[in-house]
Design a protein around this ligand. Sequence first.
Ligand code: AMP
Ligand code: ZN
Length: 139
Amino acid sequence: MSKCIFCEIAAGRIPASIVYEDNMTVAFMDIHPVNPGHVLVMPRRHFETLSDMDETTGMHLFQIVMRVEQALRNMEGLRCEGTHLLQNNNTAAGQDVPHVHIHIIPRFADDGVQFHLRTGPTPDREALNALADAIELAM
Ligand code: AMP
Ligand code: ZN
């Protein structure tokens, strides 16, 4: 079985520019940043997708994401004007590295980055309500 590259980073066996680490999470610089300051935050333990991860880890992960996001807004020399959080699950959603991670992508006015959801037509309210009820039932 091939090694997980993000587990290797978490273990310090391959180089990474670490922003922050603790016993549950590691935040590090994306090697192909969309914009300067693009950070990935991941659990130290290997979980392939969000749905494999336990909620305790997820809560802590998001706490660190919030702190990094705040830092990107406040820090001298970056002071981003907006951010995207992105978290891909499975190849159908474009996940390249099968170890849960959240992208924090700084945005600047007129940075030229294209990041748009191609939204569809508005379903009728009945269809939306039926889906809302079905999802709640599945939770
Ligand atoms: P995703 O499509 O959400 O799985 O994104 C994977 C991200 O990991 C991409 O943005 C890559 O640039 C980034 N990446 C891949 N290998 C490394 C690495 N060795 N160090 C830092 N970032 C990496
Ligand atoms: Zn891994």
